[in-house]
Write a protein that binds this ligand. Structure first.
Ligand code: B3K
Ligand code: ZN
Length: 847
């Protein structure tokens, strides 16, 4: 069904709802095509309200009856909701609607996945379940009765009672409707318990479909680790007697933090050594932590309106990254986060989808669950902590929880807490929330007498969202090294607040080498002609050491793209010295072997005023990989053998670091031995990390057919592993074959295009294959557009999200721009296009 007419919503128009919701009682009579939802809600008019319009959101609902205080009423119903005359005193609203979960393919509201019922209400899905003020600032307690013939019947909060064919749940914590959840199905619980810091006993359940029982243990441990960590580090205790997680196969994103009943994409919770890679384990641990941490940052303290989304998401991403740092290696986590930030958020900030961390308008809020709101939102929290210091940050957080528990808050509330507890004026800092764009920070240096001076100049390129960016507060972590490589000044935080600003350091007996922006202390583009080879050898800051290697690698690949230069020997020598250094963390060394992605190189070329040629970038990337293999040839095999893990599989940082190193070496080794080591590893692999890296290397070497067939035979019944099989073939295809490979896979019997995981594994992989997606003949663009047009009426959210593959189109040559423009126009002109997709397409086109 077509969405309601697109309408732009503005932050400045916020007005509170004219009523409080005192209690909510819901009864669900489940039936696939005709579920009845009966609501009994107590409303009270707010004395201070300026607008007393009684408007309840509701979409695609079949209204059967409505009563106020027992008397039948006839509301005015539109495609977006209903209005009704109501008394000016507290009253009881009763209403019955019928909905069709089996026909709900949007995976928003109440829907079915492999026969089980489940819900997704954030951001505005509850209005597809019943009429309600579906806005986050309306909070209430919910009591839910579920009638259905299923062995598992779940909702939020505590289990009150149940009998044959029914169950009742009560959530004592007031919550917005977006945190409502219901699950019904034939599920199996993996059970455990947790005792909180104050000795309260919590029952933990991870519900899965029969057959998945063996993939629960890791997720459960991650949950217990998260609960303990939030007590130890943030003093946050869990607040119900039960915590449930349910794994669902059809889900639009990773997971959802519904109060006491988290719902997870099965790919974000199910794990076993045989079926999951080390990266899968780490991601699962982080997502479980993220959703659990939302219990305080999101649920107990929620958002006043959706413009404040970063209030919960930025903070919760920041918290989950702290957790991963504590559980694993802080420097590896930081490097990985920055790789991700640059590839996703910087790209967004540099293109037509740029928006501030707190946007000021939207048409479809689901389009704003972006890297900017999540990842840049987390960077902003990290900068705040750097500026005020760890202790002051902790105190401010305590005040935040004390002051705002049970409230729906704004960024102003959040910053006020920091101002009150630290005495700092955060007026300028607030620009991080209101301005789009990535600041560029240029550095100049002088050395006179014994005084060394650094001058910073900041400039943020204007965007459609922010025409005239003003200077921001940029915390720059700086260290100084002497010419012998010994640190002469340990890390200090400089606060750059002006467009141009200098900092002097006296008593420097020789000209120091600066290590700037240690730990990537701010999400900016640093423009500095540093002595990267020196820093690669000597920097004590692991992030900047990696960054220096990265800069050398990038300069080398860019020179090869621009003028066919052979890879830089200084880079290769530095790499050799690092990779063979057994004192360094193997995972860190694996990261050092990586190259900047091809789309990052395209972005750099574009920023420098050049037009990126995807084929030339591919060729230069290949040449650099070949040169790496050649230059490191004497150490690859010994290292590969030395870092094999013989102990039983553990997904911890120690073992996974070793596998990361051998996994990074294998593709290089394959260039030397044609794939013999990879075949050997594939044949003997006892875990997915090694099986998959061997398979990838074999495909790249052009001898993957046998392994692909064997892999399919082995895993055809495991949908999560088969997603990997689909994705890897596209990712590893030669550029000219990428679209054809994806096309062939869409014809495979197991290509279930309505399942977001499978759709993303296949078409999302194509969008991520830089040279393949941008094939000169336009085949990549056309194929993606075909599928987005097909998916849109079925699942607008996933379609809209994948439209962002086209956001970089203005970087490329005129021919490619025309080819992409044609596809964007085609998608945009599709009749009955969803609000989600039409907003994305018009923003990308710059309309
Ligand atoms: N809060 C959810 C995301 C909801 C997305 C709605 N389109 C998951 C998370 O960030 O934890
Ligand atoms: Zn979140």
């Amino acid at each position: 069904m077509r969405d309601a007419a697109p309408q732009t919503i503005y932050l400045k128009d916020y007005t509170p709802f004219g009523y409080t919701v005192d209690t909510v009682h819901l009864t669900f009579d489940l039936a696939p095509n005709a579920t009845r939802v009966t609501s009994r809600i107590k409303f009270s008019p707010r004395k201070d309200a300026t607008d007393k319009t009684f408007f309840l959101h509701g979409e695609q609902l079949n209204l059967r009856s409505a009563k106020i205080d027992g008397e039948t009423v006839t509301p005015t119903v539109t495609a977006e909701g209903l209005t009704c005359e109501v008394p000016n005193i507290p009253f009881i609203w009763e209403c019955e609607v019928q909905i069709d979960p089996a026909a709900n393919t949007s995976l928003e509201g109440l829907y079915q996945s492999s026969g089980m019922y489940c819900t997704q209400c954030e951001a505005e899905g509850f209005r597809k379940i019943t009429f309600y003020p579906d806005r986050p600032d309306v909070m209430s307690t919910f009591t839910v009765r579920i009638n259905g013939p299923h062995s598992t019947l779940l909702s939020n909060g505590d289990h009150v009672a149940s009998g044959d064919g029914w169950a009742e749940w009560h959530d004592p914590w007031p919550k917005p409707a977006y945190l409502f959840a219901l699950v019904a199905g034939e599920l199996i619980a993996h059970k455990d318990r947790f005792t909180t810091m104050n000795g309260r006993d919590v029952a933990l359940n991870l519900y899965v479909r029969p057959g998945d029982e063996g993939k629960c243990a890791f997720g459960m441990q991650a949950l217990k680790d998260s609960m303990k960590w939030d007590e130890d580090v943030y003093g946050r205790e869990y607040d119900l007697g039960i915590f449930n997680i349910v794994a669902v196969d059809d889900f639009n994103m990773g997971a959802m933090e519904n109060k006491g009943l988290n719902i997870f994409n099965s790919s974000a919770v199910l794990a076993s050594p045989e079926t999951s890679t080390d990266d899968n384990f780490e991601r699962i641990e982080a997502i479980i932590a993220h959703e659990y941490f939302h219990n305080w940052t999101g649920n107990r303290i929620t958002c006043r309106d959706w413009f404040q989304l970063c209030l919960k998401e930025g903070l919760t991403v920041y918290r989950d990254s702290q957790f991963t740092s504590d559980m694993r290696s802080p420097s590896v986590k930081r490097i990985r986060d920055v790789i991700d930030l640059r590839s996703r958020q910087f790209t967004e900030d540099q293109g037509p989808l740029a928006h501030p961390v707190r946007p000021e308008s939207f048409q479809e809020i689901n389009n704003f669950y972006t890297a900017t709101i999540y990842e840049k939102g987390a960077e902003v929290i990290g900068m705040l902590r750097t500026l005020v210091g760890a202790d002051a940050y902790s105190k401010a957080l305590d005040l935040y929880f004390d002051r705002h528990d049970g409230q729906a808050c704004t960024i102003e509330d959040w910053l006020q807490v920091f101002e009150d507890s630290t005495g700092r004026d955060l007026t300028q800092f607030k620009r991080w929330y209101s301005q789009a764009g990535t600041p560029h920070l240029k550095v100049a240096e002088t050395y006179q007498g014994d005084t060394y001076t650094l001058t910073f100049t900041q400039h943020t390129p204007p965007s459609a969202a922010t025409a005239k960016p003003e200077p921001q507060v940029i915390p720059v972590a700086l260290g100084l090294l002497g010419p012998d490589g010994v640190e002469t000044m340990s890390t200090q935080i400089l606060e750059v607040t002006k467009a141009t600003q200098s900092f002097s350091f006296t008593g420097q007996t020789s000209k120091p080498v600066p290590s700037i922006l240690r730990g990537f202390s701010a999400p900016v583009v640093l423009d500095h002609k540093a002595d990267h080879a020196f820093l690669l050898a000597h920097d004590t800051d692991p992030f900047n050491r990696w960054e220096s290697g990265r800069a050398l690698a990038k300069a080398s690949v860019l020179a090869s793209i621009r003028n066919g230069k052979a890879p830089d020997p200084a880079y290769l020598d530095g790499l050799h010295a690092l990779i063979r250094n057994d004192d360094l963390d193997p995972n860190f060394r694996a990261l050092m072997l990586g190259l900047p992605s091809q789309s990052e190189l395209a972005a750099d070329l574009h920023t420098a005023g050049d037009t990126p040629d995807p084929d030339a970038i591919w060729a230069a990337h290949e040449a650099t990989r070949a040169a790496q293999a050649d230059h490191l040839s004497d150490i690859l095999t010994p290292l590969f053998e030395r870092y094999q893990v013989s102990a039983p599989y553990q997904p911890d940082a120690g073992q996974s670091g070793k596998r990361a190193l051998t996994g990074a070496i294998l593709p290089l080794l394959t260039r030397l031995d044609g794939g013999d080591a990879a075949q050997k590893q594939f044949d003997s692999a006892s875990n997915m990390t090694q099986q998959l890296s061997a398979l990838g290397a074999l495909i790249s070497a052009g001898r993957g057919d046998g392994a692909l067939a064997a892999f399919e035979t082995q895993w055809r019944d495991d949908r999560l592993v088969m997603d990997k099989w689909f994705g890897l073939q596209v990712i590893k295809a030669k550029p000219d074959d990428a679209a054809d490979t994806a096309t062939a896979l869409t014809k495979h019997a197991a290509f279930n295009w309505k399942n977001p995981n499978r759709f993303r594994a296949t078409l999302g992989a194509l969008a991520m294959h830089h040279a393949g997606f941008h094939a000169k003949d336009g085949s990549g663009y056309r194929l993606l557009a075909d599928w987005l047009i097909k998916l849109d009426p079925v699942n607008p959210q996933t379609t809209a999200r994948m439209c962002s593959a086209f956001q970089t189109w203005r970087r490329y040559d005129a021919i490619r721009q025309t080819l992409i423009g044609t596809q964007l126009e085609r998608i945009g002109n599709t009749p009955k296009l969803s609000r989600d997709t039409s907003e994305m397409i018009s923003r990308i086109r710059g309309a």
